[in-house]
Design a protein. Structure first.
Length: 191
């Protein structure tokens, strides 16, 4: 009986955003529902779900708010974030931005050297130096392909700079960049 009541109380706490928002200083407890998809410590496994660890706090908050408000469509994120207050979204963003994204600077396999050069030439200026863009090294290629598809079909907004960068790439070059970026994580993230 006590196990049933305990389970009910835990479910209740995680289903009512206003109760969560009142729990200042407990970002890990707030983010426990995120672990199922985005992985422990914000590092998701390869697939269609992004890693959140080490992303810019500004970018994370902006993205979470857009999912909550419905201006950014997601398969489940709109429903998950419905009803969350700004304070809670800021706590999520602060927590995940503070997690280590995994060491970078590892040796890149020769097969990905061309992708590394293309990334440095076309992408790194924004994705490594601007707080309102996601850090993409170590991100799942499958997830990034989905985001790019959403951008090219109008499901998501594409910044002008990104549209110009993508237009400058030839055929398989974008795929080489995505494979390079994913390879960064496969060698550096804990398994």
């Amino acid at each position: 009986m006590r196990v049933g009541i305990g389970s009910l109380l835990i479910g209740l706490v995680f289903s009512i955003p206003s109760l969560q928002a009142g729990s200042r200083g407990e970002p890990l407890m707030l983010s426990n529902g995120c672990i199922n998809c985005h992985g422990f410590e914000g590092q998701s496994t390869p697939g269609a779900i992004p890693s959140l660890a080490g992303q810019s706090e500004i970018y994370l908050y902006k993205t979470l708010a857009a999912y909550r408000d419905g201006t950014l469509k997601g398969t489940i994120m709109n429903r998950v974030l419905e009803g969350y207050e700004d304070q809670t979204l800021r706590q999520f963003a602060e927590y995940y931005s503070g997690l280590p994204k995994g060491p970078s600077g590892t040796t890149v396999p020769q097969a990905h050297e061309h992708g590394e050069r293309l990334y440095a030439q076309h992408c790194s200026t924004c994705h490594e130096k601007q707080a309102n863009t996601p850090y993409v090294k170590g991100q799942n290629a499958r997830y990034m392909r989905g985001v790019l598809k959403d951008m090219t079909t109008g499901q998501r907004a594409m910044p002008e700079e990104m549209a110009s960068a993508i237009l400058a790439l030839k055929g398989e070059e974008l795929e080489q960049i995505l494979e390079y970026l994913q390879c960064c994580s496969q060698e550096t993230l804990p398994r």
